[in-house]
Design a binder for this molecule. Structure first.
Ligand SMILES: Nc1ncnc2c1ncn2[C@@H]1O[C@H](COP(=O)(O)OP(=O)(O)OP(=O)(O)O)[C@@H](O)[C@H]1O
Length: 458
């Protein structure tokens, strides 16, 4: 192996997940000469994955290790024309679920095949409906996930939960899987992240056992795949997933998916797959409102036996609006520091301990930032948004920007009025009420509002 590549792999090993390193980088063969480093991928699919996900990082490390810029060239093939070595069966196999065929299985197993390993569902037992705090933002998603768990393959198929990061999509998906299993302990439920589906497929292609791969995925009673946005641009994966989807759907086996946005908005996802995804129910999971954020904090604290007062929960809920994962991170930091310094968690202690984090969140959402994002979103000029002009095409975006400033910052009504060209605080109050009213009765306005909150707090 090229020494440069060996050292690069050592560095990447510390920076990337073991799964990525074993799936994509270990199979590469390397050759180095004065003109550059040549990396040979075993097939076009691996080449595309390495190019799109890791090439930039590899180039940076190689330049650093070589002490000067050195081109990295990716090709399909093998060093010296030899076939790429077969990868050890361990790495991906360890991360790949290997469910046994259920009665609903599509493909039969050869009689002389080795016995199947026991089925692994990969569900996290802590992610249940009991530990999920319901609020306006996730009510529908929770109800749909429960329905699916009670009537798999019949209520909504597929169920697709979509929305920004850290809002509880994975939690709900596991909760549905756990409830389904609780009601039917023999069901073959299988959860996996979309990267695992992709890496499993690459491995099957390399080892020429696609039949096994197909059988594994088509023989489950419920298939739960997280973050399907990762399929975008991966044509071979989409093709395979399309057929898996059809097989499961026709056999009335449940499919639950999550995605970071409405799948129709995903570029590079095949139209026929987009259309299939729309056959069942797609539900948006929105960022939680203030009350839900506070309730989630109190519930997570209770789970950890952590003494958290309502004052501190409200402080964090008011200042951290981005997503639940960030809230949980803040809570964990507080618990660890309080434990270490043997302090009780007061609002002063929270402010002091989380100062940097809270400042970062405060800086992310400022009135000028809101004004700029709203102007971009509605495609109006910022100067027009702040002007005195009252035409409707400007008045509505201006009201949205004012209402968002009230919702997402700590500024008072007069301060917000001042930031919008010296308007009176009653104008801001009127804007807030108008937009709230619109959001309740106008779907389009509600979508705009939620999308802007996602952009500003994401
Ligand atoms: N309503 C909720 N009640 C309790 N916990 C929640 C809630 N929403 C999110 N969480 C918690 O927040 C964390 C992040 O949630 P989760 O991983 O489900 O987010 P996600 O939407 O799948 O994010 P990503 O798209 O980044 O994977 C988890 O620990 C989850 O338990």
């Amino acid at each position: 192996m090229s020494d440069l590549w060996r050292r690069c792999l050592e560095r990447l090993d510390g920076e990337l997940s073991p799964e990525d390193v074993h799936t994509w980088l270990m199979p590469l063969q390397a050759r180095e000469d004065g003109t550059g480093l040549y990396l040979y991928a075993p097939n076009p699919y691996s080449l595309e994955a390495v190019r799109s996900q890791f090439l930039g990082k590899i180039e940076t490390i190689i330049t650093h290790l070589a002490g000067h810029p050195l081109p990295v060239r990716l090709e399909v093939g093998s060093h010296g024309g030899r076939p790429a070595p077969a990868r050890p069966a361990s790495s991906v196999a360890a991360s790949m679920p290997a469910p046994a065929a259920s009665s609903a299985g599509q493909a039969s197993r050869p009689a002389d095949a080795a016995p199947e390993p026991p089925h692994q569902h990969n569900l996290d037992p802590h992610y249940t409906f009991e530990t999920f705090v319901e609020g306006k933002s996730n009510q529908l998603g929770k109800a749909a996930a429960m329905q699916v768990a009670m009537n798999p393959g019949r209520a909504y198929n597929p169920l697709l939960l979509y929305g920004g990061t850290g809002l509880g999509k994975t939690h709900l998906m596991h909760a549905a899987g756990n409830l389904l299993l609780q009601n039917n302990p023999d069901a073959k439920v299988l959860y996996l992240r979309s990267e695992q589906f992709v890496s499993g497929m690459v491995k099957a292609l390399q080892q020429k056992n696609m039949d096994d791969f197909k059988r594994r995925f088509r023989s489950v009673d419920a298939l739960l795949i997280d973050d399907i946005q990762f399929f975008a641009g991966k044509d071979t994966t989409q093709e395979e997933f399309f057929h898996t989807f059809n097989a499961l759907f026709e056999a009335k086996q449940q499919i639950i998916l999550t995605c970071d946005r409405y799948p129709k908005e995903l570029d590079k996802l095949e139209p026929r797959l987009k259309s299939r995804l729309g056959w069942g129910l797609s539900v948006a999971i929105e960022p939680p409102d203030f009350e839900t954020r506070a309730a989630i904090l109190l519930s997570k604290a209770a789970d950890k036996d952590m003494a958290l007062s309502e004052d501190v929960a409200m402080l964090l809920a008011r200042r951290i609006r981005s997503n639940v994962r960030d809230l949980e991170g803040a809570l964990n930091t507080l618990a660890a520091r309080a434990n270490f310094y043997r302090r009780s968690i007061t609002t002063d202690f929270a402010e002091e301990t989380l100062r940097d984090l809270l400042n970062t969140h405060a800086q992310a959402v400022t009135v000028p930032n809101i004004q700029k994002q709203v102007a971009d979103y509605y495609q109006v000029r910022l100067s027009d948004l702040l002007s005195k002009r009252r035409v409707r095409s400007l008045a509505r975006p201006r009201q949205v920007a004012m209402a968002l400033s009230k919702e997402l910052t700590e500024h008072s009504l007069p301060e917000i009025g001042e930031a919008f060209g010296g308007r009176d605080h009653t104008t801001v109050l009127h804007a807030c009420r108008t937009i709230r009213g619109f959001c309740e009765k106008d779907v389009r306005m509600r979508q705009d509002w939620e999308q802007l909150i996602r952009i500003l707090t994401g």
